[in-house]
Design a protein around this ligand. Structure first.
Ligand code: AMP
Length: 376
């Protein structure tokens, strides 16, 4: 769990915090204030305990400077298509969405409750990972399954990483000096989780993640798209129930599954074994194939934006993806691609139309901006 005290106007972050292994006895909480780094010990290791501790660790002047609190909430279902100020009714509606993201929503709700207890008078704002994708048309979000799965059980594509796709598309338009409303763009969020979004003149029209964040591209430990028939087949072969097979697809697949080594792209890239090299190839092939599909969905392509840990830092992946996209008129600029590392922004294609860019994402900043906008 990440935490930041931030000024949305400048992006300055005087205090940041990170909690790992929340909910276990091995929980660690670190708070950074400038150069100072503090290890904190929560009274209880739960999400509620950790959030309460982080908020209580703010100094008096920092405490006073807080104008609002923004929460990243993983699932807004069909209910929330933009950020929202949290009140009792919103909390009730979030409770109804737990079934759609049973691992994350209880943690989100605990964080909100802890922040409300620590700052009872301050506005709290929910910023949804799914909201940006709510402009998708039915042709993109419906699955070809019985209609009552959709009407009665809300089975449809929702998409995730929406805050990142929204931030990156707006920033890419700024970098190009063109209105977002004129651009057909594909944003590639490639990190431990990976997704692509097709954005037509500012509105998301398709994305690779679905009802859950398991669909779509190859990820660190997640398979992305597979034949759903594999679930039944491997369940029978291995004598596993459905939850156990899904657990393999979520936690032991993707780069980790293919390489047999790790979920970490940097390590996979450096390893010379055929399995590791195949893992990089499958990853990049799937990304490039998706860009081709989304160029069709958009009716043409003006800009392609790379972001996330891999998108921002891996020249190898960017080149391998762009080398497959000559058919769209995209060509890598090798010198720029090698030069732009460590979070630098800029153009990595030799072509200007379409253009390929690196756009470092900053979800925290957008969460802060939404919180401030809805707080006042
Ligand atoms: P994120 O989830 O956005 O933090 O991204 C994490 C992923 O970015 C991991 O797979 C890292 O291995 C990958 N990554 C970070 N830096 C590099 C790099 N220099 N080269 C290749 N992959 C990197």
């Amino acid at each position: 769990m990440k935490f930041a005290l931030l000024d949305p106007a400048t992006g300055a972050r005087p205090v940041t915090g990170l909690a790992e292994r929340v909910g276990t006895d091995d929980v660690t909480v670190t708070l950074k204030r400038g150069e100072e780094k503090l290890a904190l010990v929560p009274d209880e290791p739960s999400h509620h305990g950790v959030v309460a501790l982080l908020l209580a660790s703010l100094a008096a002047d920092e405490h006073e400077s807080v104008a609002g609190i923004g929460h990243r909430v993983v699932h807004g279902g069909r209910t929330f298509s933009s950020s929202v100020r949290i009140d009792e009714a919103v909390v009730d509606r979030l409770g109804e969405l737990v079934a759609l993201a049973p691992l994350h929503m209880p943690a989100n709700l605990a964080g909100i409750a802890a922040a409300q207890a620590a700052f009872p008078r301050l506005p709290q704002v929910a910023v949804f990972d799914t909201a940006f994708h709510q402009t998708m048309p039915p042709v993109a979000y419906r699955y070809a399954v019985p209609t009552d799965w959709y009407t009665d059980h809300h089975v449809r594509r929702y998409g995730f990483h929406g805050t990142s796709h929204r931030f990156v598309s707006a920033r890419a338009a700024e970098m190009l000096g063109r209105p977002l409303g004129e651009l057909r763009m594909i944003t590639l969020h490639l990190g431990n989780g990976c997704s692509a979004a097709a954005i037509s003149r500012g509105a998301a029209i398709d994305t690779t993640m679905g009802l859950t964040p398991l669909e779509g591209l190859v990820m660190g430990t997640r398979s992305g798209d597979i034949d759903p028939g594999i679930l039944g087949y491997m369940g029978h072969r291995l004598g596993l129930d459905l939850d156990a097979v899904l657990d393999v697809l979520n936690t032991r697949s993707g780069l980790l599954g293919l390489s047999g080594l790790t979920n970490d792209m940097r390590t996979v890239e450096e390893d010379e074994s055929p399995d590791a090299q195949l893992a990089v190839d499958v990853f990049c092939y799937r990304v490039a194939k998706t860009v081709g599909a989304y160029a069709v969905a958009l009716g043409g392509l003006d800009a392609l934006a790379f972001t996330g840990g891999i998108g921002e830092h891996s020249p190898i992946v960017r080149k391998a993806v762009l080398d497959r996209l000559g058919v769209l008129g995209l060509h890598v600029d090798d010198a720029a691609n090698q030069r732009l590392v460590r979070g630098a922004a800029g153009r990595v294609s030799s072509t200007e139309h379409p253009v390929a860019l690196i756009v470092p994402t900053d979800e925290e900043r957008l969460i802060g901006a939404d919180a401030l906008a809805l707080a006042s």
